[in-house]
Write a protein that binds this ligand. Structure first.
Ligand code: NAD
Length: 503
């Protein structure tokens, strides 16, 4: 039996229970259908087959979940941080135990290739361990004495929070947002993406099996404009941590205005990878390919614009085409597969629509530019050349395995092209000139920049974007800044003069 067949067989075993019950919400420790009884379907992008039905939560379900999170908040907030730490570590242990189930379900639900997803569960576990270990110090503050007062700062968790996640790598992203919220002492209502609900349910079950008290983490499935909107408008929810498209972020900001929601946004990108002629071109080529064609290109930090210096462009693009043509597209559960199907028909239509747009724009489709097979949402890894930065393919986030190559003359030209987009999430710079790297990164408009490297995440560092790519930072202590309130308490140290009125 091939590895693919073995994986399909295992997956069938894991899916059997979902097929029977559908995916339920979890409110105050109980698995439940939506209050209206309505459901929607989740289908696999591999063959468009039905995976199972999913509870379609709405205003009433969100209300019940927010009330449960509010009721659970005081006890969770006041639990000794060391106890919270232990529970979060137990969640990590259980994620590792169920890593195979998580990986196979994630691949089937999203189309992401197993070679990348096999590590997603482990990364999710690491997120829990990292924030678990930070929990005991989360409240620590400063002492800021003045001549008359001893000022002492402390941080307290903000309250119940809403977490809204997208469908690309949904498991990892859910852990990335929820682990710091719980470590800070907040309770959570999670609304996962409607296209990929499987692993959010598994994660929730793991958390309660690990001893998380009822109501601390509630799960409401549903559509963005129904359950998602209701969550952002609920008065008991103090903050919204959102990962998704920039235009959804702007809707959430409006929806949250009446209840003065604190928001944290991780949004879209059109990230440049800039290759200068003095770079290590072999390593640059590997990184350029990895950062757009891994994870099906459905990755916010993907380098979807290649800016390559004119003097090396012909040779670099020729090597690139050869490699892109050789990328293995296939079943996501086949360990050999490098690119799987796109998440959903809507997204497939959007991505393939850019094949025509590129030609209308006047660019060349140098590799790919077509679908693969008649069923499922498979596309050939695609490269557009002879493009310029004004084209739609250079300005809009395509969010698929599609790279646009643009040539530049010199450093100034590269910088103005790199910055000439509405987004500013990541940037990648390839050069062996140290002073240029310093100059260039200083002027590049991006929240995260890697020099002579692909995206390698280090959890203590700040993660987030500038411009239309986001508001706020995650990672290290930055996550706690979002999920907690600063408080200053001033104690008089003597009998300083108090102004006397009406005396
Ligand atoms: P999306 O914005 O369509 O949906 C994200 C989530 O928001 C889903 O759960 C959806 O149901 C919900 N939603 C939709 N409308 C809503 C509304 N009016 N109110 C409340 N919630 C609503 O994004 P997507 O298509 O699922 O994900 C892809 C996008 O996510 C890309 O733009 C990508 O760049 C971005 N992303 C960013 C990061 C980052 O860290 N910056 C990471 C991953 C993905």
């Amino acid at each position: 039996m091939s590895d693919l067949q073995k994986n399909i067989e295992k997956l069938d075993g894991y899916l059997a229970r979902f097929k029977e019950t559908g995916i339920l919400n979890q409110i105050n420790g109980s698995a439940c259908a939506s209050l209206s009884g309505e459901t929607f379907e989740t289908r696999s992008p591999v063959d468009e087959s039905l995976i199972c039905s999913v509870a379609r939560g709405g205003v009433a379900d969100i209300d019940a979940a927010a009330k449960a999170a509010k009721a659970a908040f005081p006890a969770w907030r006041d639990m000794a941080a060391g106890e919270r730490r232990k529970i979060l570590h137990r969640i990590a242990d259980k994620i590792v135990e169920r890593a195979e189930e998580i990986a196979l379900c994630e691949c089937w639900d999203t189309g992401q290739a197993l070679r990348f997803m096999s590590k997603a569960a482990l990364r999710g576990a690491e997120n829990f361990r990292f924030f678990a270990d930070k929990a005991p110090a989360a409240r620590d503050g400063q002492s800021l004495p003045s001549p008359t007062l001893m000022n002492v700062t402390t941080r307290v968790p903000i309250g119940p929070v809403g977490v809204i996640t997208p469908w690309n790598t949904p498991f990892m992203l859910s852990t990335w947002k929820i682990a710091p919220a719980l470590a800070a002492g907040c309770t959570v209502v999670h609304k996962p993406a409607e296209f990929s609900p499987l692993t959010a349910r598994i994660l929730m079950e793991i958390a309660e099996e690990a001893g998380l008290p009822k109501g601390v983490w509630n799960l409401v499935n549903g559509l963005g404009e129904e359950a998602g909107k209701a969550l952002t408008e609920h008065p008991d929810i103090k903050a919204i941590a959102f990962v998704g498209e920039s235009r959804t972020g702007s809707m959430i900001m409006k929806q949250g205005a009446d209840t003065l929601k604190r928001v944290h946004f991780e949004l879209g990108g059109k990230n440049p990878v800039v290759v200068f002629d003095d770079a290590d071109l072999d390593r640059a080529l590997d990184a350029v390919i990895f950062m757009i064609y891994s994870l099906n290109g459905e990755r916010c930090t993907s380098s979807s614009r290649l800016l390559v210096q004119e003097s090396i462009a012909d040779a670099f693009e020729a090597r690139l085409i050869e490699r892109v043509d050789a990328i293995r597209v296939g079943h996501p559960l086949d360990p050999q597969t490098e690119v799987g199907p796109l998440i959903h028909k809507t997204h497939f239509d959007k991505v393939t629509g850019f094949f025509e747009i590129a030609q209308k724009n006047g660019a060349t489709v140098a590799a790919g530019g077509s679908r693969v097979g008649g069923t499922g949402y498979f596309v050939r890894p695609t490269l557009f050349t002879h493009a310029n930065n004004a084209m739609d393919i250079a300005q809009q986030e395509i969010f698929g395995p599609v790279l646009t190559s643009i040539r530049f003359k010199d450093e100034d030209d590269a910088l103005s092209l790199a910055n000439d987009v509405q987004y500013g999430l990541t940037g990648y710079v390839w050069t062996n000139d140290l002073t240029r790297a310093l100059r260039f990164t200083d002027a590049l408009e991006a929240g995260m920049i890697w020099v002579n490297s692909e995206n390698v995440r280090h959890l203590p560092t700040p993660f987030g974007g500038v411009k239309a790519s986001g508001i706020g930072r995650d990672g290290g202590d930055w996550s706690f800044e979002f999920y907690m309130e600063q408080k200053n308490v001033a104690f008089a140290t003597g009998h300083h003069k108090i102004p006397r009125l009406g005396a």
